[in-house]
Design a protein around this ligand. Structure first.
Ligand code: FAD
Length: 396
């Protein structure tokens, strides 16, 4: 069965691999030319890593991934440790897969190379403009012509044309947060921050996360600020170092030193959508940011796309050849509740991180701090629903 996969992001490439593995004939259609793939760092928790392992990318991922030992939360002004949660070996023992931090372009290349090596067609410059669905197939409209397929998967990101054609136009909502992203060489980072951990610094209406990438030679920095005057989403919108420094001018000196090492911060207005009422018709479905864009405060957007990819391929494998609609329906019934919960919880995490009221911040810090010191097991268990989810074991 031919499957047209629109979008060669992390979700689309992973779906193409999973579909090929399940005996389908995917073909990836990407609007861009993919020459200079950009992007900063990305965190991959065990629920997403398991899918990459199942796709045969275990060694490749280990070669590009950095395994952080823990996640720490710190107070933005004083630097006080609020709470910590072990990752590293604890995560592997608990969830059976590591937690990795990777350069996004390295992950993209790993997936793209696997797609090419496995002989899956990948066309660039192929912008999808819409589709027409028939009883026995889909005609995909491209800026350059048309293409017929038995199934269409829209993996075309937050502004998905496939979603728009399927469900009608509606804008993603601006969340009131702007993320500044940068990668800095580790030797330019203050010594006190050069540790193999993910650190999130929390302050009113802002937070900042940094972690080492790859072999530890680089550090990824994501600084999120609540502001209403910038709404563009782009990997190529540059801010000035002065703008970034100004947003964090009253923060801990080590952080200001870290930000002083940033050459070019990239600026990204964070958008999401409320959960969609449906994702699929009889021959068309969606995946990843196309159907459940979320704020990155749980670091789960790519991981959810990976889970989707695996679930879709497995559920389609059990399909009735002539009526894949039932499998697509099972897919959305399985995936919608989980991704809707992650969307909700990611927003809530942002609100917790950005708490403005002093007393509420104290209560938050006390609860998280006592939890991680007195009941570390319970503190870890809070994330079992997220990181312990095993889509591979569930669906085989
Ligand atoms: P995309 O990566 O957006 O890919 C869509 C692809 O479709 C693109 O290649 C695009 O060019 C193509 N396309 C678009 N329209 C068309 C068309 N009409 N025709 C053909 N092709 C088209 N996630 C994590 O798991 N961990 C993290 O730590 C993390 N950190 C993040 C930090 C920030 C600041 C942000 C903004 C996001 C973060 N995410 C993280 C989220 C993650 O990057 C995304 O959720 C994930 O990349 C979505 O993948 P996708 O394949 O669904 O979409």
């Amino acid at each position: 069965m031919d499957v047209a996969v629109v979008g060669a992001g992390i979700g689309g490439l992973a779906a193409a691999l999973a579909l090929a593995e399940a005996g389908f004939a995917p073909r990836v259609l990407e609007a861009r030319d993919l020459a200079g793939e950009t992007g900063a760092g990305i965190q991959l928790s065990p629920n997403g890593v398991r899918v990459l392992h199942a796709l045969g990318l275990r060694e490749g991922l280990a070669a590009i991934g950095h395994r952080p030992e823990a996640i720490q939360l710190r107070d933005a002004r004083s630097g006080r440790l609020i709470a910590f949660r072990p990752l590293g070996r604890s995560s592997e023992e608990r969830y059976g897969a590591p937690y990795y931090d990777v350069h996004r372009p390295a992950l993209f290349h790993l997936l793209r190379d696997a797609v090419v090596e496995r002989g899956i067609p990948l066309e660039t410059g192929a912008r999808c403009t819409g589709f027409e669905e028939h009883a026995d197939g889909v005609r995909v409209q491209l800026a350059t012509g048309t293409l017929d397929a038995a199934l269409l998967l829209g993996a075309d990101g937050i502004h998905s044309r496939v979603r728009e054609t399927l469900l009608g136009a509606d804008d993603a909502r601006f969340t009131g947060n702007v993320a500044y992203r940068a990668v800095v060489p580790a030797d330019a980072v203050p010594a006190s921050l050069r540790r193999p951990v993910v650190t999130a610094w929390l302050g009113p209406a802002r937070h900042l996360v940094h972690y080492p990438l790859g072999d530890g030679g680089d550090v990824n920095v994501v600084a999120v600020v609540e502001r209403d005057d910038w709404r563009e989403e782009s990997w190529t919108a540059a801010a000035t170092p002065a703008e970034l420094a100004d947003a964090f001018r009253d923060w801990h000196p080590a952080l200001r030193e870290l930000l002083a090492a940033v050459d070019t911060p990239w600026k990204w207005a964070l958008h999401d959508r409320p959960p969609l009422p449906r994702w699929s018709s009889d021959r068309v479905t969606l995946l990843g940011d196309a159907c459940h864009p979320m704020v990155p405060f749980l670091a789960q957007g790519a991981c959810m796309a990976l889970e989707d990819a695996w679930a879709l391929a497995r559920l389609l494998e059990d399909r009735d050849e002539d009526a894949p609609g039932a499998a697509l329906d099972r897919y959305q019934r399985l995936r919608r509740p989980r991704t809707a919960r992650v969307q909700r919880e990611a927003r809530a995490q942002g609100e917790r991180f950005h708490e403005r009221a002093r007393l509420k911040r104290l209560a938050r810090d006390l609860e998280l701090g006592l939890g991680s010191r007195l009941a570390p097991e319970l503190a870890m268990a809070r994330y079992d629903w997220l990181h312990g989810y095993d889509v591979v074991a569930r669906l085989g």
